[in-house]
Ligand binder design. Structure first.
Ligand code: BMA
Length: 315
């Protein structure tokens, strides 16, 4: 609407992290999970090496905008047992879920066998321990809810299918390793900005009205796919119940580094940090090349889900 503030206010100094900022050779810095750790922000970002395979690095910040990358990568392809076999092509797109003092990291593990989800954990952000590979191939984009439901962990995930459009599902686990009771929660909508596929993005954020889920949706064009971000609201006690999915997107590629890069026309989130003042910092990878951040008001995102909703399960 003319004169209306955008829903996501882009930070004036975007991009906040670029390949040239990283003290080891990388071609990209993108799709980062972000969390608070004490009085700091931790960004766990993905980088393509110059052979096209990915590693994860950490950058630290005191204000959530200015990040200092560490001298060495934080996670590279696993070298032991199953991790060596199933991460041989690298690790990608980490999400961070804080549970008490522990930070759970879900990531995409790539190999000649396909892509599956890996789970790692850290308590100090200096050392990291791999827990298990927690899906079969092909599956990427898994975010764990930072709370249990009736004693079970819950995650949103996105299995691949040759029959149905790639959609968002929920699965449960007693121990973070074994997952099941899977159920479809949200599908792409035909002739809509997310008609090609959708996937969970940031770790869901607890609000008074429900869990806020910032996800990505993809639209196929003659000029390739366009990745945008949208929002959905899930029931607080039963996150398999969707209360509303915003009809409109909240962010699309606009800035030059979002339109052109390693893969053009991409904004892709793996992390958002809610603040005490009712805002949320949303972090996104731009064109799979650099990291950006913007701020939104949580109530406004919730309002879009409640009052401008489209059908959750498609049409
Ligand atoms: C998806 C994933 C993301 C990436 C996006 C755009 O399939 O590979 O990691 O950001 O494509 O290239």
């Amino acid at each position: 609407m003319p004169g209306k503030e955008p829903i996501v206010q882009r930070y004036r100094n975007n991009p906040i992290l670029s390949p040239k900022d990283i003290p080891y050779p990388v071609a990209t810095v993108h799709n980062a999970g972000v969390t608070k750790f004490g009085d700091r922000y931790i960004m766990l970002f993905r980088s393509h090496k110059h052979n096209g395979r990915c590693i994860l690095g950490v950058a630290d910040s005191t204000n959530g905008f200015d990040f200092t990358p560490r001298p060495e990568p934080f996670m590279v392809a696993g070298t032991d047992g199953d991790f060596a076999e199933y991460e041989a092509f690298g690790v990608e797109d980490p999400r961070i879920c804080q549970m008490g003092d522990e930070y759970l990291i879900t990531y995409s593990a790539y190999s000649k066998h396909g892509v599956r989800i890996g789970l790692a954990r850290t308590t100090d952000w200096q050392t990291v321990e791999r827990v298990a590979l927690i899906s079969q191939a092909d599956m990427r984009n898994a975010v764990i809810f930072p709370q249990k439901f009736d004693g079970l962990y819950a995650r949103l995930d996105r299995p691949h299918s040759e029959i149905s459009k790639w959609s968002m599902w929920i699965s449960y686990s007693p121990d973070l390793v074994h997952w099941g009771q899977s159920k479809l929660v949200m599908k792409p909508l035909v002739y809509h900005w997310d008609e090609m596929k959708i996937g969970p993005g940031a770790t869901p954020i607890r609000t008074r009205w429900g869990w806020l889920n910032i996800f990505h949706g993809v639209y196929p064009t003659m000029d390739g796919s366009v990745y945008r971000l949208g929002v959905a609201l899930h029931n607080l006690d039963d996150p398999s119940q969707i209360l509303g999915v915003s009809d409109r997107w909240i962010l699309e590629p606009e800035d030059p580094w979002e339109v052109t890069g390693y893969v053009h026309n991409v904004v892709f989130t793996c992390g958002a940090v809610p603040e005490d003042d009712g805002t949320v910092k949303i972090y996104w990878g731009s064109a799979d090349k650099v990291m950006c951040v913007g701020t939104a008001v949580i109530d406004e995102l919730v309002d879009l889900c409640q009052n401008d909703a489209r059908p959750a399960l498609g049409e």
